[in-house]
Design a protein around this ligand. Structure first.
Ligand code: ARG
Ligand code: ZN
Length: 885
């Protein structure tokens, strides 16, 4: 099935529209054009006769006029590449029908009608993985955002809510398990026993994007949960035979999510059954279909032999995320796709708070900020910048972004910070109560927050409409016993938004007494003008400023701070995030200065000495737990350093960053190795202490790799050989993969042989090589492209090789442009197969404006070559055009 559109002629005649292809911009959809759908669809009946190559879908829609919408003589039923087998209206021929592009328009003159639509689809040919598709012999669906229209003709928009009943039938041997949304109400077999069927009913009205179906040969881990209202819920995690012993963590995570949402948000589950199914071909992480969550296997399967600590955390977070959508997404859904952050931003915040409660709150906060700054800040400062509530799109799949998700979560977190936890809960309670069963807007959410908390959020709404990361300059002056903090904000221009208004920015702030090393309490300051001054009395000496504690606002700060003050904060700020931040700033400041040539040799030497001293204090601070210590020892990422510069030279940053690593590894060698030896004594477990020890070990290895490669290779090889868990083994192999040593080759081979056949671990094997610091990384990736286990049709495998590579500056930004060409080749080859996944590779090339000119020209060339392709998907077309624009 092809998703490229044929443009409709003005009279909507599909035959006429079928002219020779000419590349033409797909239409732009605007938020301001929203109008309610003229028809309601109170009930939907679906019958599926399932087959991998041929599935017949009979849809019966009860439709009636929507009293609050404009009267229309037709109903628009969206389709995408569908063939209509038959159509009746009230049992007969409809008064009129025509195709408008891929959509079906049916003339309806009465107030109520019954439409019956039959389509036939080929799931095995569906490589886009949207709609109904085959994955390893099973059938499954992905309907968000606009996949349902690839199954049947339907008003495929989130504001059309319908109650679904579904009958599925198919060969019993091929599809022993038949699952759908809601509850299974009946089942049976054909007379000869070859076929069987199941009848499902979902009592909760839902938009089509939450529809799901699974048919296949699956086994389940089953459990149960009793809700706070006393409802017994049957829980199942379905996987392929053989994977069952890797589902325990997913099930435990699910039960913890259900309990946590009751305790923290007062949200109770609302069906008797909750199913999760793991699928190995999946475009995204997971999907919150009502009562039938479908997951990428990556976010379900784990045991300590094959999954890292990071994988365990990822599973807990994503299981929580999808479960929490049952309220923030399903019970209250979105009016239109411009409101996507209504459910995604809020649900990301909910999963972040959940994970923080399950593990280390400060470490979770630091990890979340690292993702925001590593992925969202670049988005916000590049050609694809958009507000968390976009104003227009051509392909909605392109807007499942870090901005909508992660910045969206930060925006709601700021409301929580300003309101306080208790008032925030009153706001969310009111939101759920007011909009339960509705398709709501971001504006509805903000209004419920205002009414529930008493905050005035008039100006705060700018966070929904303005793109770009605000920059705040902070200077602290001192006179007599008064300290004055001057804050000035600018919100940079972004595409389509040249002029910005000042936004309210909440800062948690503390002023430290330099001598005592303490402060007398944290304050919340809200900067709501372009510039403001805040005064603090009672300071005999100039205090040290600790600002944006806990990362209370998603902004970047330029503070007038000395290195000595940063060393002070890195050693004793009582806010763990602020402490981490001071350490990062110490290193980032040095690296930016050194790349820009702003530091002479003695300044450089002094700076490196200070950084080493600060790190040494962290190594030796016995108040710290190792998880947090690991954060403080981590160097800023190359892309974060690049973000601090107007135009970055990736080659120079890479060299400077590696040189600092070498220097620090040398200066701290002994202290780091003592730390390693201590950590190596901690026996394996999944508790925080043991996780911290594992984090430390690999971190020490990576410093050692820079300062003493031979010793690092030996140490890493022995960590690899003795590993009794994937975290240690992968960490060691990651370090080895960057070293040109005999140990490298042997351990890579061992890893592959040990885990071949386990797709998720083979993904790691591809990713480790693609993200390595090895000088031959480009050639390695080229060779891996031809490996028999590489498969362009499996998104996990594509990402493991190429996403890892695109995120590896040492390879992607290779000086001869080979990395850019490789990604462009991939996009062109993948686009007809899986447009959504292909389009996700475009933003890396779209960063060209912020890269030095030689590389920038080659990045542009790569984009232009993609743009010249005779036929591009809407997804890739939109991303490439915006990136060049
Ligand atoms: N709602 C899903 C989640 O965040 C993501 C679905 C994304 N689908 C897509 N076609 N982009 O959990
Ligand atoms: Zn989500």
């Amino acid at each position: 099935m092809d998703i490229a559109r044929t443009p409709a002629t003005p009279d909507g005649n599909p035959e006429m529209a079928d002219a020779a292809y000419e590349p033409k911009a797909p239409p732009e959809i605007r938020r301001s054009d929203y109008a309610p759908f003229p028809w309601l669809v109170p009930t939907t009946r679906l019958e599926f006769e399932l087959g991998l190559e041929r599935t017949r879908v009979t849809a019966r829609l009860d439709v009636e006029r929507n009293p609050v919408a404009a009267v229309s003589p037709t109903i628009r039923l969206n389709g995408d590449g569908l063939e209509l087998a038959s159509l009746t209206c009230d049992g007969g021929e409809p008064e009129g029908r025509m195709m408008d592009g891929d959509d079906l328009l049916v003339t309806l003159s009465g107030d109520r009608h019954v439409l019956e639509i039959v389509t036939e689809i080929d799931p095995s040919a569906n490589s886009q993985l949207m709609g109904l598709y085959a994955s390893g012999g099973m059938l499954c669906t992905q309907c968000e955002a606009e996949g349902f229209r690839r199954i049947t003709f339907f008003p495929d928009r989130p504001d059309v809510l319908s109650t679904y009943s579904v009958r599925m039938s198919g060969a019993k041997a091929q599809f022993p398990v038949l699952l759908c949304n809601g509850n299974r109400v009946d089942s049976g077999e054909s007379a000869d026993g070859g076929d069987h069927w199941a009848e499902w009913h979902d009592p909760w009205p839902k938009p089509s994007y939450l529809f799901a179906l699974v048919a296949g040969d699956l086994v389940a881990r089953s459990d149960s949960f009793t809700t706070m209202g006393g409802r017994d819920v049957e829980l199942n995690v379905y996987v392929r035979d053989g994977d069952l012993d890797r589902t325990e963590h997913a099930m435990e995570s699910l039960k913890r999510s259900m309990k946590w949402d009751e305790e923290v948000f007062g949200r109770e589950y609302d069906l008797d059954l909750f199913n999760i199914v793991a699928v190995s071909d999946f475009n995204m992480g997971a999907m919150e279909n009502k009562g039938l969550n479908i997951f990428n296997t990556k976010y379900v399967l784990a045991d300590t032999e094959t999954a890292t600590d990071g994988d365990y955390d990822g599973i807990e977070g994503v299981i929580g995320h999808e479960y929490f959508h049952n309220w923030s997404g399903n019970r209250v859904t979105c009016r239109d796709w411009f409101q996507l952050s209504l459910k995604e931003g809020f649900t990301v915040l909910r999963d972040q708070l959940f994970s923080a409660d399950m593990g280390s709150e400060p470490v979770k906060r630091i990890e979340d900020v690292r993702i925001l700054r590593g992925v969202q800040f670049p988005e916000d400062s590049g050609p694809l910048a958009h507000p968390i509530r976009p104003d227009s799109y051509r392909e909605i799949s392109n807007f499942y972004t870090a901005t909508v998700y992660n910045k969206g979560a930060e925006v709601i977190r700021m409301m929580r910070t300003m309101a306080g936890e208790k008032a925030f809960r009153r706001g969310t309670d009111l939101y759920f109560k007011r909009h339960d069963g509705e398709a709501a807007t971001c504006e509805d959410f903000v209004r419920a927050m205002e009414d529930g908390t008493g905050l005035d959020l008039e100006q705060f709404r700018l966070w929904y409409s303005q793109a770009g990361t605000p920059k705040v300059a902070a200077t602290l002056s001192h006179d007599g016993d008064v300290a004055t903090l001057k804050l000035t904000q600018t919100v940079p221009p972004t595409p389509g938004q040249p002029d910005k208004k000042p936004m309210p920015i909440p800062f948690r702030v503390a002023l430290f007494d330099r001598k005592a090393g303490t402060h007398s309490g944290e304050q919340l300051l809200v900067l709501d003008r372009a510039s403001a001054e805040f005064t603090f009395e009672g300071f005999a000496h100039k205090p040290v400023l600790s600002i944006n504690r806990g990362f209370s606002a998603p902004v970047s700060i330029e503070r007038d701070v000395s290195r000595e003050e940063l060393v002070f904060l890195a050693a004793r700020d009582d806010d763990p995030f602020a402490r981490y931040e001071a350490m990062q700033e110490l290193m980032t400041g040095y690296l930016v200065g050194s790349v820009s040539g702003d530091l002479d040799e003695s300044e450089s030497e002094a700076a490196r000495g200070d950084i080493a001293e600060a790190l040494k204090a962290v190594v030796e601070d016995d108040q710290l737990d190792d998880l947090m210590r690991g954060e403080l020892l981590m160097m800023p990422s190359q892309s974060y350093i690049g973000e601090q510069m107007l135009v970055a030279d990736p080659g120079a940053i890479h060299v400077a960053r590696e040189a600092l690593k070498t220097d620090l590894g040398t200066r701290l060698g002994e202290a780091l190795h003592r730390l390693y030896d201590r950590a190596a004594q901690v026996p394996f477990s999944l508790d925080a202490e043991a996780k911290g020890a594992r984090k430390i070990k690999t971190l020490v290895l990576s410093y050692a790799a820079a300062s003493d490669p031979a010793k690092a290779a030996e140490l890493a090889a022995s960590q690899y050989d003795r590993a009794d868990n994937m975290t240690d083994r992968q960490g060691a192999l990651m370090v080895l993969a960057g070293l040109d040593s005999a140990e490298r080759t042997a351990r890579l081979l061992d890893f592959y042989n040990r885990y071949r056949g386990n797709a998720l671990v083979v993904d790691k094997w591809f990713a480790l090589q693609a993200s390595s610091l090895h000088p031959q990384v480009v050639a390695h990736v080229e060779a891996l492209r031809s490996h028999p286990d590489f498969n362009l049709r499996n998104p996990n495998r594509v990402r493991s090789l190429y996403m890892a590579f695109a995120a590896n500056p040492a390879g992607f930004h290779a000086a001869d442009g080979a990395g850019y060409r490789m990604i462009a080749d991939l996009v062109l080859e993948l686009d007809p197969i899986n447009a959504q996944t292909a389009a996700r590779f475009v933003p890396s090339l779209g960063r060209w404006r912020r890269i030095e000119e030689k590389r920038a020209a080659m990045m542009r060339d790569a984009l232009e070559r993609i743009a010249r392709a005779p036929k591009l998907s809407r997804d890739t077309f939109e991303q490439v055009t915006r990136s060049l624009g």
